[in-house]
Design a protein around this ligand. Structure first.
Ligand code: HT4
Ligand code: ZN
Length: 260
């Protein structure tokens, strides 16, 4: 079976052939239209709570179509739209070949240069990510927009400074001691949109409660160049760029906002 990707003959428009759920009714990403969101006070009555811990030795790897950090420590979230406690499993990013594109969710049709995904699974109901990944209440993913500024993002710098060591597919390294993923979150995590969706890559399971923060994090152009220097395969292979799925229809879903 041809492997899925983001090229002309294996990109998002072709995924439905091997993954029919791509044509489902709770697919991600979506275009976020703030005026169409319903402010839901239930989201603030039980505020979203993040309890992340430092990673003694965080593994950073290049699986070929993104860059991913695997989490071992107990980092959990609860509250907001979530019932139960969700445990951080991994985080990764999607980015463009240029600053005008790269994010998966869009805001009033606008793309950001990149989007960071922190993937959590429902540890109250399921014993592993693998068990939770295809359940309707299995996953919760933080979507964080990246925007360009003249200063590098200090939290991401620990990663972007060593991306050259995972330039090629299947390379992995351990990041400095005690990396706490909380450094990746925007200052204000009380303003977000939430809706029921899916993974944005195959198998596209409709198992994700999305939490997309209104406040972007700021990264430098050099940090974006470091992501764009990652390769899909071995030395000489194409760069990993434009690894984003375009938005899908919201359909009958309700987009809720935690703020006015
Ligand atoms: C579990 C998972 C893997 C890859 C992804 O892009 C997302 S969004 C989620
Ligand atoms: Zn993702």
């Amino acid at each position: 079976m041809a492997t899925w990707g983001y090229g002309n003959d294996n990109g998002p428009a072709t995924w439905v052939k091997s993954f029919p759920v791509a044509a489902g009714t709770r697919q991600s990403p979506i275009d976020i239209v703030p005026t169409a969101a319903k402010c839901d006070t239930k989201l603030t009555e039980n505020p979203l709570t993040v309890n992340y811990s430092p990673e003694p030795a965080m593994e950073l790897c290049n699986p070929g179509l993104s860059v991913k950090a695997n989490i071992k420590s107990k980092s959990v979230i609860k509250g907001g739209p979530l019932e139960g406690e969700y445990k951080l499993e991994q985080f990764h990013l999607h980015w463009g070949s240029a600053d005008k594109q790269g994010s998966e969710h869009t805001l009033n049709g606008k793309m950001f240069p990149a989007e960071l995904h922190l993937v959590h699974y429902n540890a109250t109901k399921y014993s592993s990510f693998g068990e939770a990944v295809d359940k309707p209440d299995g996953l919760a993913v933080f979507g964080i927009f990246l925007k360009i500024s003249d200063k590098p993002h200090q939290g991401l710098k620990s990663l972007t400074d060593v991306l050259s060591e995972v330039q090629y597919k299947d390379k992995s390294i351990n990041i400095k001691q005690e990396y706490n993923p909380v450094c990746l979150l925007p200052d204000n995590i009380n303003k977000y949109w939430t809706y029921l969706g899916s993974l944005t890559t195959p198998p596209l399971c409709e198992s994700v409660t999305w939490i997309v923060f209104e406040e972007p994090i700021e990264v430098s152009e050099d940090q974006m160049k470091a992501f764009r220097a990652l390769c899909c395969g071995e030395c000489g292979s194409a760069p990993i760029v434009d690894n984003y799925r375009p938005p899908l229809p919201l359909g009958n879903r309700q987009l809720r906002a935690s703020f006015q």
